[in-house]
Design a protein around this ligand. Structure first.
Ligand code: FE2
Length: 385
């Protein structure tokens, strides 16, 4: 059973989620003349953007956005019966001045679709956007995975990929690290990324993992990413970077009979050793739970790869062992190498690299996509690295 992240994330403490009838807003209209002028000015300067949301449990979601207005209105129909108020997230993103908001919404119906509006952005209030709680057991849903995304100014393919994802109307998108390349391009790229993905992130949950570009250079760090997400069943890894410390290094959630388990970056060798112990327990529990049919892992680095980045031997040994011991574990999704490839089952697990979120494809000299040169290796996708 998924625990409600609102009760399980001590780093953030209690959050003031406000649910009140709509008539409160009507009462506020009595002082409309002055406030309307002020609000109108604020809206022009700080229209809400970078809007996205995550699943945090079977009956809860969390919204993160930037803008002047910290209020979100939501409900099962366009009456928008309820209101939630965002708080300043911790850690606080630093890519721009913000203000940034994070609003936890709890007490929702399972498997339900809600309409919402964030004031300050006419595109949000005027269009019919929605969020939904986790798909219930037995239901069909669409999920997409992409890694190595960037922003559309630097990487034109990113806009195309985000548009294709939006056309698929997914329930959620697994974004497999190297989200913005803000460490290489500059901090504007971080804000640009979270605006670009609004093609789908207004209506589909944005479920991320962190890649090396989020933390391994001094020009960007995890505050920009941990501060923009609230994650289900958040976990703390040993040796995670101090910037953004501590927590939300990886997480897991159950969706319609499938257990999704993220894996962290290899900050030090102890990081994956610790993850292996905890992931084994999660898979043992899934194996014994008749409500769970499949287990999927997702992270940034590949265990198997014939692309630009070879498969990581330590990760491969861990995932191979998990696969051999848990026949429900059938799929691993990763990025890092900017290509697409899919393996045959390895100890029961198919490995798929989907580093095709928009950043430039990685090719060896002369346009050959394989690190060792062309022709492709005899067992592409199974290269031992
Ligand atoms: Fe990477």
């Amino acid at each position: 059973m998924i625990k409600d992240a609102n009760a399980s994330n001590p780093r953030r403490g209690d959050r003031p989620v406000e649910r009140r009838p709509r008539r409160t807003r009507a009462r506020a209209a009595q002082v409309a003349p002055v406030l309307a002028l002020l609000a109108g000015t604020a809206s022009l300067a700080f229209a809400a953007d970078e809007i996205h949301w995550t699943f945090t449990g079977p009956t809860s979601v969390t919204f993160d956005w930037r803008g002047a207005d910290s209020t979100i209105h939501y409900g099962l129909d366009h009456a928008f019966e309820f209101t939630a108020t965002g708080v300043t997230p911790s850690p606080l993103p630093f890519s721009s001045a913000g203000p940034f908001w994070e609003a936890r919404i709890t007490g929702l119906l399972p498997g339900a679709t809600y309409h919402y509006s964030i004031e300050g952005n006419p595109n949000i209030g005027g269009l019919d956007h929605h969020f939904r709680t986790l798909p219930p057991a037995g239901s069909n849903y669409v999920a997409y995975a992409e890694g190595d995304v960037g922003d559309a100014v630097r990487y034109w393919r990113s806009r195309v990929v985000q548009s294709l994802i939006a056309e698929g109307s997914p329930a959620f998108v697994l974004v497999l690290g190297d989200l913005s390349y803000g460490n290489n391009i500059g901090q504007k790229a971080v804000d640009a990324h979270f605006n670009d993905v609004m093609m789908w992130s207004l209506d589909a949950a944005y479920m991320p993992v962190w890649g090396n570009h989020e933390w391994d250079e001094p020009t960007d760090d995890l505050r920009n990413y941990k501060g923009r997400f609230d994650l289900p069943n958040p976990q703390t890894s040993p040796n995670a970077p101090l910037a953004g410390c501590c927590g939300e290094d990886w997480y897991w959630f159950d969706c319609a009979g499938t257990r999704f388990i993220a894996y962290p970056e290899p900050y030090l060798s102890a990081t994956w050793t610790d993850w292996n112990i905890k992931a084994t327990a999660l898979m043992d529990a899934a194996q014994a739970d008749p409500a769970i049919r499949f287990v999927v892992t997702f992270g940034h680095r590949p265990a198997y790869s014939s692309g630009h980045h070879p498969g990581d031997r330590r990760l491969r040994a861990i995932l191979d062992t998990l696969g051999a011991r848990h026949d429900k574990y059938v799929l691993n999704l990763n990025g890092h190498s900017h290509n697409y490839e899919r393996s045959y089952p390895q100890h029961g697990v198919v490995h798929v690299t989907v580093g095709i979120g928009g950043a430039s494809l990685e090719q060896a000299q002369g346009g050959c996509p394989w690190l060792g040169g062309c022709p492709p290796p005899a067992r592409a996708g199974l290269d031992p690295g």
